[in-house]
Write a protein that binds this ligand. Sequence first.
Ligand code: CA
Length: 231
Amino acid sequence: MHVLLIEDDALVASGIQAGLTAYDFVVDHVSNIAEAKSALEAVASDVVILDRGLPDGDGLVLLEAWRNAGIDVPVLVLTARDGVSDRVAGLRGGADDYLVKPFDLDELVARLQALLRRAAGRSRTLIEHGALCLDPLAREVTVAGCPVVLSRRELVLLETFLQSPRSVLSPDQLKDSLYGMSDEVESNALNVHIHHLRRKLGPGVIETVRGLGYRLGQPSAVVLPSGERPQ
Ligand code: CA
């Protein structure tokens, strides 16, 4: 999942970045409103972490501008202020959640996961698709209860498909969820990851939609470790 982190405090930002990377989030960090605007235009972010006190203005002004423009990416607002009126202003301004500094990194991760879950219309933490089950917090995948070992990128890619189970995702969307703006990406990297997911989970787990991209396959396309087909 791709996170856009808008935070001008370098120390706080590097802590968040390191923490989220450990949970397989792809993090792009910018430190002011101007950079945030161009970053959101350049890359499809799944969730945004927005500091309020930024060098070129209040993060809430940016948030209101996004909401007025119909940009509905989930936004978690960070702030050093802890007054009730500030929290209310953030939520009224279009924030989906609010966290007061200093905060616990595990709480931030749990809240981001909850935002992503709500955005995908799910109420449960585990993401299930037929026999396939992904635990976003533990970073584990099982098929019919048996663990399947995936690389970090494979797991992020599978998670992206599971978050939008009925959508056709373009190669650019998929690359945005896999890589940060500063990552070097080999031209065939996406194909390689899709190939590995099909090999490990069954050839039909990801369908190619000619000319458009890819989508999650039918649950029965997932191969059970024993070789049986799931019900
Ligand atoms: Ca700040």
